[in-house]
Design a protein around this ligand. Structure first.
Ligand code: 5AD
Ligand code: SF4
Ligand code: FES
Length: 363
């Protein structure tokens, strides 16, 4: 394919077969993809990285996803639920350090009590930051009314990964029951979009049973769904989960890493003005994994601001980085890291999805 890669990349629209071929490129060709994606990023969203201070509120989850270390049936995880005042301290840290946004993430819990608690937190965050902090939430599947209530309370971005756009694969990595229903996940994504959130989704890359066809379909799914943001990362095994049993089906970890970079670069090429996060899971494989993602198209990074004592317990996968650090350590470290990429840091800027602005001004 070497001769034609430049031609393929020049096309206004990449077909599914093009994407499948591009995902399988060797080193020389993949560097062409990366260079092309980097140029598109610079042209459309600029060489700037925006921070989202990540607060992992609680690792209590009602679900049982086969891949995830904090699934309800994993009794080897110590559960925690950070107090509101500790959460707000982390928020203050983010604000004082000019992280213009925070992300509240937790296992999936649906209850009137939890809904109220999050609403109050959102209002508090807006209050203590004089409305300056942008808020992304990642709190799973919820009824429409809850999405609305949280939107009205101040959240304006929502992340809900589809995990895989192929329902057959979805049910290989989730139990097939009412609580893990593919159609519900899709309905939730639609509901988020309708409510007015900047809507983000994403997938895991290198899952057992996953094919290149699946990954190309994931890219097309994100394009067709017209998402505003994406967070996707490599699948990493976790010994206390059912999917671990299929570890022999996995491609080597370095290949999963490279494939993730290709997915990021290709998504940047087909969705030029969205926000793409450099997933923390990349850093579990390569010490400068996130920086490499920034080089090939990602423009968002989520420095962990969760108080250090809880970090080790929010273990979705093995080798999670920064679990021994405190937020200040990550801030210093991040600055140096982004420096290496040659991008600027958008301190004090929300860095909202340009795609969202365009999408909503047209409708
Ligand atoms: N490897 C990689 N990513 C994982 N996630 C959960 N478990 C794993 C794992 N073992 C991701 C899922 C989920 C997000 C919060 O973390 O995609 O949506
Ligand atoms: Fe819960 Fe999310 Fe983990 Fe599934 S992936 S078990 S919903 S935290
Ligand atoms: Fe957390 Fe480097 S980013 S210690």
């Amino acid at each position: 394919m070497s001769n034609s890669i430049d031609e393929i990349l020049k096309q206004p629209k990449l077909s599914k077969q093009d994407l499948i071929n591009l995902l399988q490129t060797d080193k020389i060709d993949r560097n062409k993809i990366f260079t092309h994606a980097a140029k598109i990023k610079a042209d459309y969203v600029g060489k700037k990285v925006y921070y989202r201070g990540l607060i992992e509120m609680s690792n209590i989850c009602s679900k049982n996803c086969y891949y995830c270390g904090i699934r309800i049936d994993n009794k080897n995880t110590e559960r925690y639920d950070i107090s509101d005042s500790d959460i707000l301290d982390a928020v203050k840290f983010a604000h004082e350090n000019k992280y213009a946004s925070v992300v509240l993430q937790a296992g999936e819990i649906s209850s009137p009590k939890f809904t109220k608690r999050v609403s109050n937190l959102l209002k508090e965050i807006k209050g203590i930051s004089n409305n300056e902090l942008g808020i992304t939430i990642s709190l799973g599947e919820q009824p429409d009314e809850v999405y609305q209530e949280w939107f009205d309370s101040g959240a304006h971005r929502y992340l809900l990964r589809i995990e895989s756009s192929n329902p057959d694969l979805y049910y290989k990595i989730h139990p097939k029951n009412e609580k893990h229903d593919f159609e519900t996940r899709l309905d939730c994504l639609r509901s988020l979009q309708k409510t007015g959130y900047q809507t983000g989704t994403g997938v895991m890359i290198g899952l057992p049973f996953q094919t290149y066809d699946d990954l190309a379909s994931d890219l097309i799914f994100m394009k067709d769904f017209d998402i505003d943001m994406c967070g996707m990362g490599p699948y990493l095994k976790h010994i206390d989960t059912p999917l671990y049993e299929h570890k022999d089906l996995l491609m080597p970890i370095d290949d999963r890493f490279t494939l993730t970079l290709k997915m990021i670069a290709l998504l940047r090429i087909i969705m030029k003005d969205i926000n793409i996060a450099a997933a923390t899971a990349l850093q579990a494989i390569d010490p400068i994994g996130r920086e490499k993602a920034i080089k090939v198209g990602a423009n968002i990074i989520m420095p962990n601001v969760t108080p250090g004592m809880y970090r080790d317990s929010y273990k979705l996968y093995e080798n999670k980085p920064c679990t021994d650090e405190e937020a200040t350590d990550c801030t210093n470290c991040m600055e140096m890291r982004i420096g290496i990429t040659g991008d600027d840091i958008g301190y004090g800027e929300w860095g909202d999805s340009k795609h969202f602005a365009k999408r909503t001004s047209q409708s």
